[in-house]
Design a protein around this ligand. Structure first.
Ligand code: FE2
Length: 295
């Protein structure tokens, strides 16, 4: 699919025209921003990254996982704006978590070397203390070779597969899917339905199979892809989300049936290295069991 430049989502083949028009629109905006001196302000905004902390409560979370901390990174795209790595490294220095979950779009420009994205990523997360595992899924900007590059950085890259995390005699399941915005195959849905039973977390680059995960009983769904809109109206309302399905999940916290979801605004930026009315983020999500003392 990558070689053929095919685009497939859960709703079938996707037109390339839409992507081309979107890219053209961004380029026009980018050039326009330079003309009216908005560029420097947008770039400053893009470097103004926020560390978001959020607790999410579940009645069925295994007791041993009460307080389990997940560092959620998404859409790092560090080749597009390398200065972000140092900014984020300062925010993340000394952060202690149980799991590091990276939900895709590590890369940005398809002509750039993968090292332009992965080397600053390695520096950025060097001082984060992760007790359990580093796990990652790929995004629509990531070539298949990114899996090997992330593996070398110590990530378990989950491509339509699940891992089980154990604590004492209890466990939770983390299922990671290949990108479903551009590289969707039925294997993604099979991975959701064939994962082990129990408290399950889905890591997916985009929210576009949130309804499928909710129907299969997942408790938590972490994703990115939209950049929160990246260029938004005052108040943070996205102009474009690039979601073709599940648009209710375009940014921040949301629910679908009994499933809780979180769509990160992402750390990085795409082809246009600017943000307006939408800060980039790195997030620490703490799993809490309903009824536990600290509520
Ligand atoms: Fe992205």
């Amino acid at each position: 699919m990558e070689v053929q430049k095919a685009h497939f989502g859960p709703d079938g083949a996707r037109s390339l025209w839409r992507s081309l028009i979107f890219s053209l629109g961004l380029e026009v905006f980018h050039r326009g921003a330079r003309l009216v001196s908005l560029h420097e302000r947008g770039r400053r905004n893009a470097l103004d990254v926020q560390l978001v902390s959020r607790s999410v409560w579940f009645a069925d979370l295994p007791q041993s996982f009460d307080g389990y901390r997940i560092l959620h990174l998404s859409d790092t795209h560090l080749d597009c704006l390398p200065d972000l790595a140092k900014v984020a490294a300062r925010l993340l220095a000394g952060v202690e978590v149980d799991l590091l979950a990276l939900t895709g779009d590590i890369h940005g420009h398809h002509r750039a070397s993968l090292a332009a994205s992965t080397e600053p990523l390695a520096d950025m997360i060097e001082s984060v203390h992760v007790k359990d595992r580093r796990v990652a899924v790929l995004g629509n900007h990531d070539p298949a070779d990114m899996a090997e590059a992330l593996d070398e950085l110590g990530f378990d890259v989950l491509i339509n597969q699940s891992i089980v995390l154990a604590r004492q005699d209890e466990c939770i399941v983390v299922t990671g899917l290949d990108d479903v915005h551009r590289f969707f195959t039925r294997d993604a849905l099979r991975a959701l339905s064939q994962s082990p039973e129990g408290f399950r977390i889905a890591l997916v680059h985009s929210a576009e199979v949130a309804d499928e995960a909710a129907a299969k009983g997942y408790a938590l769904y972490l994703c990115g892809h939209t950049h929160g809109g990246q260029i938004c109206l005052p108040g943070g309302r996205p102009l474009v989300t690039r979601l073709r399905r599940c648009r209710y999940a375009s940014v921040g916290a949301w629910t679908k049936d009994t499933m809780t979801g979180y769509t990160s605004r992402g750390l990085g930026v795409g082809d246009v290295p600017l943000r307006f009315n939408c800060r980039g983020e790195v997030s620490v999500i703490t799993l809490r069991r309903s009824g536990s003392a600290a509520r």
